[in-house]
Design a protein around this ligand. Sequence first.
Ligand code: MD6
Ligand code: FE
Length: 216
Amino acid sequence: MNDLFDGLDPPPPAREDIAPGAVLLRGRALAHEAALIEAVAAIAAQAPFRHMIVPAGFTMSAAMTNCGDAGWVTDRGGYRYDAIDPESGRPWPAMPDVFRALAGAAAAEAGHPGFAPDACLVNRYAPGARLSLHRDTNERDFTQPIVSVSLGLPATFQFGGAKRSDPTRRIALRHGDIAVWGGPARLAFHGILALKDGEHPRLGRMRINLTFRKAR
Ligand code: MD6
Ligand code: FE
């Protein structure tokens, strides 16, 4: 027991390894929270959050929108990236500079210099919303990592292996955390457990996740 923290919670480490190739930068986005939240509101004003439909016909419980040159979409026809928002027929909002800069810096800190995302999927979770176990496979170049920024209510991230049936571990993703996901972790199965109810001082009863990808 460390005397300095006797009776107190020790500060969480700034950097945690989730698995080979997957790094968690705790609190890395906190210095930018106001700019990030403002930018999400501006994106949603142009391209509102919507509940997309997966090819099997189910409606996703997390609401989604995008910014950048490519947006991730799903409908009865499948999963893909599209430069056009199907709801508006217009291009997705441009990726804000604060997004691109933060994602690039976080990737470099995690060992992936030169990350230049062209797509940012914005997920919004209300209490009860979840994302079932999946892999991110719609991108062209799996040598490029994914950078994931968590804001608002905490969530439990499930992280597995290359096979859906591999055992999973659970990691808490909190407001301001950034996960960087590449190399041997790039095609691992992962998901988000049903969001627990709560009230976040900045975002209320909500979790926002930004996932940055090099889609094309
Ligand atoms: C989320 N994230 O955190 C969903 N995918 O709301 C993801 O599906 C994800 O966080 C690939 C890499 C990191 C992620
Ligand atoms: Fe994912």
